[in-house]
Design a binder for this molecule. Structure first.
Ligand code: BGC
Length: 344
C-alpha cells in the first residue's frame, strides 16, 4: 500500500519536441500527466505535455467494453495505462460522462446505470496504481479549451458545449469552472434538450444541417437568455464540421468552434490531474477542478504525522490485485489500436 499522506515522486517529462540531442537542458522540462477519455464506444489515453497542451505520445484507443459496467471499464483503463511506460508517480486524469462529485458518479444519462454511486476515483486509483482524478467529460474538455484553446484568457461567463451522443457543458466564470453544469439537460419541448439537439439526434432523425441548426438556435438562444455568456465554445467530434452549422446561428454571443477537438478530454483530464496532484487535497481535487469548495468533505486534511492528504480518498493499491489489473491483457490489447487518425 502506498502512503497517501506522502506526496508522490514527481517525474517531470521533457517534451520531446523541445529536446535536442546532447542538450537536454536547452528548455525547461514541461510537467506531464496522463489523460484518459472514457466514451461510450472508445476509451482513449495518452501522456500529455502540459507546457504546450499537446499529447506527448500517440494516443491509444481501446473499445469500451459492452456492457460498460464499472469492473469491465476499470480493467480496460488499467490495461490502457499499463500499455504506456509512464513514471510511477505520474497522476492520471480520467473523464467520465456523468455528474462527478468527490470522485463519485451521480448520474448515468448515456452510460450503464450501475455507475450511479460508484466511487470512480477510488476504483480507478486502486486498479491502475496511479493517483487518479476523475472529472465530468465536458468539464475536462472545457478545462482544455480554457487553458490551451478557444477560451484562453477569456473572462466573464464562458460556456463550452460538447455535442455528441449527449450534450455536455462546462461553465466558467472569470476562468473558474462551475463543475457539473449539465446544460444539456435544461428542458426544451418538455424533455432534456440533448434528446432534441445533440449530434445523435441529428443522425437518428436524419436532419440536414439547416434543420439541425434550427434546433441549435433554439437551444443556444435559451442558454444565452439564462446565462448571458461572453463566449460560447462548441466542441465534440462534430465541431470539426462547424462551418456547416455555426454560420447558420444568429446569437448575440460570439459562438466559436473548440480548438482541441478530439483531444480536449485527454488534455483537460491530464491538466486537472496535475493541478490536483500539485495541490493535493486542495480545491482542484476530483470533481471540483478549479473551484474552491468549502462544503466538501474531501478537503485538505492533515494526517497524524501532519502531512497533507486528501480526506476520503483511499490508499492506492500496489499489491497483487493492482499489479494483476495493470498487467497487459492480450485479448483487449488485440482490439486496441495506436490511434494517430484522431478519430473518436
Ligand atoms: C451527461 C453529461 C455528459 C454529456 C456528454 C450527458 O448526457 O449527462 O454528464 O457530460 O452527456 O457526454
Amino acid at each position: 500500500m502506498v502512503d497517501r499522506g506522502r506526496r508522490p515522486v514527481r517525474q517531470p517529462v521533457i517534451c520531446p519536441a523541445h529536446r535536442r540531442p546532447g542538450d537536454a537542458r536547452s528548455k525547461p522540462p514541461h510537467s506531464a500527466a496522463f489523460g484518459i477519455d472514457i466514451g461510450g464506444s472508445g476509451i482513449k489515453g495518452a501522456p500529455v505535455d502540459l507546457g504546450d497542451g499537446v499529447l506527448a505520445a500517440d494516443r491509444l484507443r481501446i473499445p469500451t467494453p459492452q456492457p460498460s459496467v464499472p469492473e469491465a471499464v476499470a480493467d480496460t483503463v488499467a490495461d490502457l495505462v499499463g500499455s504506456f511506460d509512464i513514471a510511477a508517480g505520474m497522476p492520471v486524469g480520467v473523464t467520465f460522462p456523468a455528474v462527478i462529485r468527490d470522485g463519485i458518479a451521480h448520474t448515468a444519462a448515456n452510460v450503464d446505470p450501475s455507475w450511479i454511486g460508484t466511487d470512480v476515483d477510488t476504483l480507478l486509483t486502486e486498479r491502475t496504481g496511479h493517483d487518479v482524478f476523475v472529472v465530468n467529460d465536458a468539464d475536462a474538455a472545457g478545462i482544455a479549451e480554457m487553458e490551451f484553446g478557444a477560451g484562453r484568457k477569456r473572462r466573464g461567463v464562458v460556456i463550452v458545449a460538447t455535442l455528441g451522443t449527449g450534450v455536455g457543458s462546462a461553465m466558467f466564470v472569470d476562468g473558474t469552472l462551475v463543475p457539473n453544469s449539465e446544460l444539456g439537460h435544461v428542458l426544451l419541448h418538455g424533455d432534456s434538450a440533448e434528446t432534441y439537439m445533440a449530434e445523435s439526434a441529428r443522425e437518428r432523425e436524419g436532419l440536414d444541417w439547416q434543420a439541425w441548426a434550427g434546433r441549435l438556435q433554439e437551444y443556444f438562444s435559451h442558454i444565452e437568455f439564462l446565462f448571458s455568456p461572453t463566449l460560447i465554445i462548441v466542441g465534440g467530434g462534430i465541431s470539426k464540421q462547424h462551418k456547416k452549422f455555426l454560420p447558420l446561428l444568429d446569437l448575440k454571443t460570439p459562438i466559436v468552434p473548440a480548438k482541441l477537438r478530439n483531444e480536449a478530454g485527454i488534455i483537460g483530464a491530464a491538466t486537472l490531474a496535475r493541478r490536483a496532484e500539485d495541490e493535493i487535497g486542495g480545491p482542484a481535487a476530483s470533481g471540483r477542478a478549479g473551484t474552491p469548495d468549502t462544503t466538501s468533505d474531501k478537503s485538505t486534511t492533515k494526517d497524524k504525522d501532519g502531512t497533507k492528504s486528501k480526506k476520503g480518498k483511499k490508499s492506492k493499491k500496489k499489491d497483487k490485485d493492482g499489479k494483476k489489473a495493470t498487467k497487459k491483457d492480450k485479448d483487449s490489447k488485440e482490439s486496441a489500436t495506436k490511434d494517430t487518425s484522431k478519430k473518436t
